[in-house]
Design a protein around this ligand. Structure first.
Ligand SMILES: CC(=O)N[C@H](C=O)[C@@H](O)[C@H](O)[C@H](O)CO
Ligand SMILES: CC(=O)C(=O)O
Length: 326
């Protein structure tokens, strides 16, 4: 097995599901809902809906952690000022109630990202996450790490997560290469939110990670594969309305009941297949959440277009049918 010994990368071979609490903050584990951003009918941010939203997740979905201003939250379509107001309100309303509020602070401009990272530290966020810049893209993993390092450096006490979502950013660097030596550059580094389909790269990230990192998976339709690979938790948009059911998937998996975990995964896939056949984008997803939860999340921001209500209603109906089957 010489090829193994010659493999240049040092892996920790950690035991999946064991994440130690670290010196900097607490790790995010379990289910994390990537929240939608409530807007008024005129397209302004609607802070008044955030308190009820937090309570809905806790009481109706059993979801105790959130990831705000990310892809689902239309973070890249919001101004820096709007993002600060939203992050502050999420932290404020989730304080003493939720386990973890992770604020996404990635921007195309390094300076904007730093301003948001500093602010997240001031408002007591439990973590910050940064997506790769995607207009001018980093040419190498080292270039990306330099960017991440500069952001993390302004909020050194806040647990830092790298957010990999290649289908959206068009940045296809292997996450394993991004993780290589990252803690020497970013002492507050605490994990990865991996929203890609490449489970080999994800597995290599798990294998490389020390026990105090959290590896969170972000493709809700195949979470079970990532759990098998050693994910510590999941961040996703569908946990806004499927959190309660997917919590059961996680416990079934942890208890070794794979048939049950698989049954639930197939239910999630059924709902998403149905939605995708109709055309499923963030605007549809947001409207679906409004229909299912009763929260008034409003329209998406341009260039996304408001989803016609009958379409969201039809997906919601399918969801109720599928969830009706235990
Ligand atoms: C592109 C996107 O928004 N990905 C989300 C998180 O990363 C997922 O939660 C998906 O929305 C979900 O897996 C449905 O495809
Ligand atoms: C899904 C996710 O993590 C996001 O919306 O950013």
């Amino acid at each position: 097995m010489n090829w193994l010994r010659n493999y240049p990368k040092q892996n920790y071979h950690r035991t999946p599901h064991q994440v130690m609490t670290s010196a900097v903050g607490k790790n995010a584990t379990g289910l994390v809902a990537a929240t939608f951003t409530p807007l008024t009918s005129k397209g302004e941010i609607n802070l008044a809906e955030i308190g009820p939203y937090v309570d809905y997740l806790l009481e109706q979905q059993g979801v105790k952690s959130i990831f705000v201003n990310g892809t689902t939250g239309e973070g890249m379509s919001l101004t820096v000022e709007e993002r600060k107001l939203l992050a502050a309100e999420w932290c404020n309303k989730a304080k003493y109630k939720m386990d973890n509020v992770i604020v996404h602070v990635g921007c195309l401009s390094l300076k904007d990202s730093q301003e948001l990272a500093r602010h997240a530290g001031e408002i007591g966020a439990d973590g910050i996450a940064v997506i790769s810049p995607s207009f001018f893209k980093p040419a190498t993993a080292d270039a990306l790490k330099q960017f991440l390092q500069e952001v993390a450096a302004v909020a050194p006490a806040v647990p830092f997560y790298y957010y990999h979502i290649p289908a959206v950013t068009g940045v296809h660097l292997q996450s394993r290469d991004v993780l290589e030596g990252i803690e020497a550059l970013i002492p507050s580094f605490r994990g990865l939110k991996f929203s890609g389909s490449d489970l080999m790269d994800f597995g290599q990230c798990v294998s490389y990670s020390p026990p105090h990192w959290s590896l969170l998976y972000g493709m809700d339709e195949q979470l079970i594969g990532a759990l098998a690979m050693g994910a510590n938790g999941a961040v996703g948009s569908t946990y806004n309305y499927l959190g309660s059911r997917v919590n059961k998937l996680m416990s079934a998996f942890n208890e070794g009941d794979l048939p049950m975990a698989r049954t639930i995964q197939f239910q999630v896939q059924d709902i998403l297949c149905y939605a995708m056949d109709l055309g499923f984008d963030l605007a549809v997803n947001k409207q679906l959440m409004s229909v299912v939860s009763g929260l008034v999340l409003g329209p998406p921001r341009l260039p996304l277009l408001l989803c016609p209500l009958p379409k969201a209603n039809s997906i919601a109906q399918r969801l109720q049918q599928v969830l009706g089957v235990q």
